[in-house]
Design a protein around this ligand. Structure first.
Ligand SMILES: Nc1nc2c(ncn2[C@@H]2O[C@@H]3COP(=O)(O)O[C@H]4[C@@H](O)[C@H](n5cnc6c(=O)[nH]c(N)nc65)O[C@@H]4COP(=O)(O)O[C@H]3[C@H]2O)c(=O)[nH]1
Length: 531
């Protein structure tokens, strides 16, 4: 039994862990899936933005080549005096560059911006170090970084200067406008026109893209990107998933709490048997007991079956509960076998699900084997509904019970079923008249006829009758006169714990005599006398 309970506990714990882990994994996967889906979509978006920016900058630089080469060619054949005006016109008409300067053998020949007195090697070196340079302007606009672009044709070369913002504006038009950088050689500038040292920017989350045509790169720093910029939807989705996880976990814990409590009760042996005497109507002596479960709750006290049998059935703990009761009853009664009348009737309520359970027969065999032979009559009480709705294996099962000496009783007989065909179909030993009928004895002729019909039906089918819920002397005598063999009810005793039962067994059962006065009951015009 303990093994079975531990098994149930173990499998429940396993199931709980499994469900929670599964749930946790699903939630986590969903979160990561969404995160990475958004993240990879996001990275794709950044890459496509980067391609657009690079193409646009490449295109602008391409456009510079033509006027620069043209200026070199012009200056090869004419002087700066003549060409200076043209250079200035070219610059004015360009929406991009701010100066155009032509050099020969490294010396400035003509410039749209520099005066001849500024044509020194300092300027030349500064602006023509690289094909493309990012510089802080010395002359153009002191506060604004500039870009210089140089082309070479033989001994001749030319460079233009332009505001870095020309390219930075393009960078700013992307989704990550605030997190973009333009990198020329090793010089970094952000979209706010600030030149930075690269070690302030380099990190693992930096996406960098290089132009194939020109020596520049652009970079986006994803580290500085906030969630809200990535996607407010993903944020919201995460919150919903986490909230749903929380609610479902709470629901799970809340809904499974009664089952867990009951399971704990079984493990702590809080489910105990109470015994209600079954009395022989003929001599009013003990014949046996019906075992009725009680939950001895450590805080709530004694809990009646009406409050937990349903839970035990729903949570599939009714079988372990019955097995545990059988074990306790066997121990209780074996220890006191000498106090018991011989043979002693013991009735257990068996739930219909237990009848499908393959080891019920073994449990009954083991129960009987606990006692010396022929000292105990074990009866399993099955509610009427199970016979009516029974499956095909019921006849086989009933045969098996009879083979091992277990008798079968229909419990709560007559409650709600009008088709009694099953009574002939199955071999049933006892019929327990429900206390509803017993309580109506002598009420009206029709109700009395009903119980008479049940009694005569049981007799015709050779079944022993046990009347449940006998509370009054009138009911007792009426049932005795009708030939009901066994009586159970508060008139003799309520269900009691073992110690009280043992005390009761030592005393002779109180004998209930017929009423001294002739009791007259009037049903319409008939007079019935109960003596
Ligand atoms: N008013 C009144 N009541 C009387 C009188 N004589 C007996 N009773 C009550 O009638 C019920 C008889 O049990 P039941 O019909 O099998 O009905 C049982 C049975 O269906 C179920 N039950 C109890 N123990 C078990 C169990 O171990 N296993 C299963 N499967 N069901 C159980 O719970 C039901 C209720 O059990 P209890 O509360 O113990 O209620 C018991 C008993 O206390 C009386 O004279 N007057």
């Amino acid at each position: 039994m303990h093994n079975l309970l531990s098994e149930i506990r173990y499998s429940t714990v396993k199931l709980t862990i499994f469900v929670l882990t599964l749930f946790f994994l699903i939630t986590l996967t969903t979160i990561f899936y969404n995160y990475y889906r958004l993240d990879s979509n996001y990275k794709k978006q950044v890459a496509s933005d980067a391609t657009l920016v690079i193409n646009q900058i490449d295109h602008i630089l391409d456009e510079f080549n033509l006027p620069m080469y043209a200026a070199i060619e012009e200056l090869k054949s004419s002087s700066c005096d003549i060409q200076e005006y043209n250079l200035k016109r070219v610059v004015e008409s360009s929406q991009w560059f701010r100066s155009l300067t032509v050099l020969n053998n490294g010396e400035i020949i003509c410039s749209s911006f520099f005066e001849p007195n500024q044509y020194n090697s300092d300027i030349v070196g500064y602006y023509t170090k690289q094909k493309l340079s990012l510089l802080s302007s010395k002359f153009l606009a002191p506060q604004m970084p500039i870009i210089s672009y140089r082309i070479i044709r033989g001994d001749w070369s030319a460079f233009i200067t332009m505001h870095a913002s020309t390219f930075l504006n393009i960078l700013s038009s992307t989704h990550l406008s605030n997190h973009g950088y333009l990198i020329i050689n090793d010089d970094w500038i952000n979209t706010q026109d600030q030149m930075l040292s690269n070690n302030r920017v380099i990190n693992d989350n930096l996406l960098m893209f290089a132009s194939d045509k020109y020596p520049f790169k652009i970079a986006f720093d994803l580290n500085t990107v906030t969630w809200s910029e990535k996607s407010i939807v993903s944020y919201f989705l995460l919150a919903i998933i986490l909230f749903a996880s929380f609610v479902i976990s709470l629901l799970y814990i809340f809904l499974t709490a009664p089952r867990r409590n009951f399971q704990q009760a079984l493990l702590r042996n809080e489910l105990i048997p109470y015994y209600q005497p079954v009395i022989s109507a003929a001599d009013q002596k003990w014949c046996g007991v019906e075992v009725l479960a009680r939950w001895q709750h450590p805080k709530k006290g004694l809990i009646m079956p009406g409050q937990f049998i349903g839970l035990a059935e729903r949570s599939k703990l009714i079988i372990p509960m019955t097995k545990q009761l059988m074990k306790i009853v066997a121990e209780n009664l074996l220890a006191n076998i000498n106090c018991l009348p011989n043979p002693f009737y013991i009735g257990f309520n068996i739930h219909s699900s237990h009848l499908q359970h393959h080891d019920l027969i073994d449990d009954c065999k083991n129960f009987l084997a606990t006692f010396p032979p022929n000292t105990i009559t074990l009866t399993i009480e099955i509610v009427e509904s199970h016979f009516v709705e029974s499956t095909n294996n019921l006849p086989t099962l009933l045969n098996e019970f009879h083979k091992i000496g277990v008798t079968v009783a229909i419990d709560d007989f007559g409650t709600g079923y009008s088709n009694f065909g099953y009574l002939q179909k199955y071999k049933i030993d006892h019929l327990k008249i429900d206390r509803l009928f017993v309580s109506r004895i002598c009420n009206t002729p029709s109700e009395t006829h009903l119980i008479e019909t049940i009694i005569s039906l049981a007799k015709k089918l050779n079944m022993d009758l046990i009347a449940e819920g006998v509370e009054t002397i009138e009911q007792l005598h009426y049932l005795t006169r009708q030939g009901v063999e066994f009586i159970q009810g508060f008139l003799f005793s309520k269900p009691i714990p073992l110690n009280e039962m043992l005390v009761l067994l030592t005393k002779p059962m109180k004998r209930i005599k017929p009423p001294m006065i002739i009791h007259q009951l009037s049903f319409d015009k008939k007079i019935v006398k109960i003596i």
